[in-house]
Design a protein around this ligand. Structure first.
Ligand code: NAP
Length: 294
């Protein structure tokens, strides 16, 4: 194995420590205690795990955590009423509605109801539009984490050839905008892209956000490229147990890449750390304070 392994776990821990230091400063200098409200509707076990983890890390960073649970049978009106209450609550600076929502609820309608200033997931069309037009915005956490990881390898991404595989609203599209803001030359690939291996081979930076286990092979990677793997795929192992793999065939790619994120332990830990970053940024913006140091 030749590639440098980008240790997302350690980088995320470092970021959380920097968030905690900023939170302590805001309390000390401005009597401001950032608060994050997380709304969980229903009993989806994976969502419950994420929400618990978010709450724990919020408290560990010194922020206030507000946990709101609604039953699986909750109506769209129930969720919208809760979002309205949180929008009006001055102790809440960030609102996250855990997706997916039960089928009787229109997710887009709920996301659109969140005050864009408190939209720490960055999914509100106002924040997506601000990001696309180069205005200050709350940006989706996973792509933010991807760019931070790439910048632990390259001080500047300026002029680099970046290929993003995947164009979802939560990962691919915002990632493209963040890379453009870093002055990278960006290509976006998707399910209709012709000769995907040849497109990926052009890249100095490869971002895979596809949701297909180990689709990106080692011989698609240019020698020395940096590979950021967003995928989280559960597959059955030969021992009968499930294991998590990314969208990149890690063992193969690590023979050629200059640097690569593992799965798990790469992009995943950065997502919640960036959620904390966004909450601190939102708290500062709402209170008219300068952008914090994270
Ligand atoms: P998504 O909404 O399903 O989007 C997948 C994208 O991949 C689409 O743009 C699709 O193209 C493209 N695609 C599908 N098959 C393809 C193929 N054969 N060749 C090229 N492109 C193809 O997925 P997502 O929500 O962005 O998530 C992507 C992955 O990241 C998943 O594994 C997910 O679990 C993971 N994820 C991880 C985190 C984290 O915290 N680490 C956060 C979010 C997501 P079309 O647009 O043409 O359909």
């Amino acid at each position: 194995m030749t590639a440098h392994i980008i240790d997302g776990k350690a980088i995320a821990a470092d970021l959380r420590a920097r968030v905690a230091a900023e939170v302590a400063r805001l309390k000390r200098e401005h009597n401001l205690e950032p608060g994050l409200a997380v709304v969980l509707v229903g009993e989806n076990p994976a969502s419950a795990v994420y929400v618990r983890s978010k709450g724990k890390q919020t408290v560990e960073a010194g922020m206030r955590s507000f946990d709101h649970r609604l039953p699986e049978s909750a109506s769209e009106q129930d969720v919208l009423a809760l979002v309205e209450r949180l929008n009006a609550d001055p102790a809440v600076h960030g609102i996250l509605v855990q997706l997916p929502l039960p089928k009787q609820i229109d997710s887009q309608k709920v996301l659109n109801a969140i005050d864009p200033l408190k939209d720490v997931d960055g999914f509100h069309p106002v924040n997506a539009g601000r990001l696309a037009t180069g205005l200050p915005a709350l940006t989706p956490c996973t792509p933010l984490g991807c760019v931070m990881l790439a910048k632990t390898v390259h001080r500047s991404l300026e002029g680099m050839e970046a290929v993003v595989v995947g164009r979802s609203n939560i990962v691919g599209k915002p990632l493209i905008q963040l890379l453009l803001a870093e002055n990278a030359t960006v290509t976006v690939a998707h399910s209709k892209t012709r000769d995907l291996p040849a497109v990926v081979r052009r890249a100095d930076l490869v971002f895979a956000a596809v949701g297909r286990p180990e689709m990106v092979r080692g011989d698609w990677i240019r020698k020395g490229a940096t590979v950021i793997d967003v995928g989280i795929n559960r597959i059955g192992g030969t021992d009968g147990k499930n294991r998590i793999v990314g969208d990149v065939a890690f063992e193969e790619a690590a023979q050629v890449a200059g640097a690569i994120t593992p799965v798990p332990g790469g992009v995943g830990p950065m997502t919640i750390a960036c959620l904390l970053v966004n909450t601190v940024r939102a708290a500062c913006a709402i209170n008219g304070l300068p952008k914090p140091g994270v």
